[in-house]
Design a protein around this ligand. Structure first.
Ligand code: ATP
Ligand code: MG
Length: 305
């Protein structure tokens, strides 16, 4: 693994593409090469149907590229077995979705516990870890509430606590604020940013330009093709800078401009990469990607209690 100015490459796509088998086949992600560095905060924007969720599903190991490779920490996870991929996902990646995906008849703390991968830990300890994750999102006082008794923002906080409980290095968020009002969107964005300041690599798909503009790095996607957008320079706030990170908390890395790793797509603005010739869809290894509905707990392979 090569370190760039922003840190280590944590995810590397090399000519990775994804075609839904159909029929008819849908080339949802064209061959893409890009690197996400440890500790980055990346926003992915694009119109509906442009391939954002498809890309996030690859980055989060929910799907394998139908072409090209994906590496996490230098390991070719596209070639790994489903069991190995599930283990990487469970231990290293947390997911947050627009529609929360909480189980209706489980309390907040039970919903968080459902995600725990250290199932051999005593229940008391797992419950304590779930309570700590709820406290981190400011919701320990609602630990015993059912989702129906929570506001949308509170439900999403439970989902974030669930994503955090295994201490993942990366958080993959697909429209995390899509169902929330403006004030709650801001609160949730601040919460995600505080996790990023704590060292979590944060990838957020969003339709919300304000949420996207707060990321260090923005990637636009259109018709399955990625474009790196130069960091947006927001007007400097009057007065002292915003809350500095707490002492000892790693600061966010500088933008990885000039990272010595072509084709990383992290350099100057413009196309992420010259796209290779479009190739006919390659049948995926193993079972084909089924056409399916929105992903939920099942897709994440959360263990039953
Ligand atoms: N299971 C599937 N089978 C076939 N085609 C699919 C499937 N899921 C998505 N697609 C198609 O792949 C393309 C990209 O879809 P994707 O879900 O990645 O878009 P998106 O950018 O996340 O959109 P949105 O903003 O609406 O969530 C679209 O043309 C979509 O119709
Ligand atoms: Mg989507």
């Amino acid at each position: 693994m090569t370190g760039g100015p922003a840190g280590d490459a944590v995810i590397r796509l090399s000519s990775a593409a994804y075609t839904y088998r159909g029929p008819p086949p849908v080339a949802a992600l064209k061959p893409t090469s890009m690197v996400i560095y440890r500790g980055e905060h990346v926003a992915i924007t694009g119109p509906s149907g442009s391939g954002k969720s498809t890309l996030l599903n690859l980055l989060g190991l929910l799907d394998k590229p139908t072409q090209g490779t994906i590496e996490i920490d230098g390991i070719d996870v596209g070639a790994a077995s489903e069991r190995e991929r599930a283990a990487v996902r469970a231990h290293r990646i947390g997911f947050v979705f627009q529609s929360f995906h909480l189980l209706a008849y489980r309390t907040s703390v039970e919903n968080v516990m459902l995600a725990q991968v250290y199932a051999d830990e005593p229940r008391r300890r797992r419950r304590a870890a779930a309570m700590a994750a709820l406290a981190e999102v400011g919701l320990d006082h609602r630990a015993h509430a059912l989702p129906t008794a929570l506001s949308g923002g509170e439900r999403q906080r439970v989902a974030i606590a669930r994503a955090l409980v295994n201490r993942p290095a990366m958080l993959m968020c697909d429209e995390p604020t899509g169902n929330l009002d403006t004030a709650t969107t801001l609160e949730l964005t601040e919460l995600l940013e505080s996790l990023h300041r704590g060292g979590t690599t944060l990838v957020i798909i969003t339709h919300n330009p304000t949420v996207a503009a707060r990321a260090q790095r923005q990637i636009a996607i259109r018709d399955g093709a990625l474009t790196e957008i130069s960091p947006v320079t927001l007007p400097a706030p009057a007065g002292p800078p915003e809350t500095p990170p707490a002492p000892g908390v790693p600061t966010t890395p500088p933008p990885p401009a000039g990272a010595p790793e072509p084709p990383s797509g992290t350099g100057a603005p413009g196309p992420v990469q010259p796209l290779p010739e479009r190739q006919p869809p390659t049948p995926p290894e193993g079972p084909p990607p089924a056409d399916r509905g929105p992903r939920g707990l099942d897709a994440l392979g959360f263990p039953d209690e």
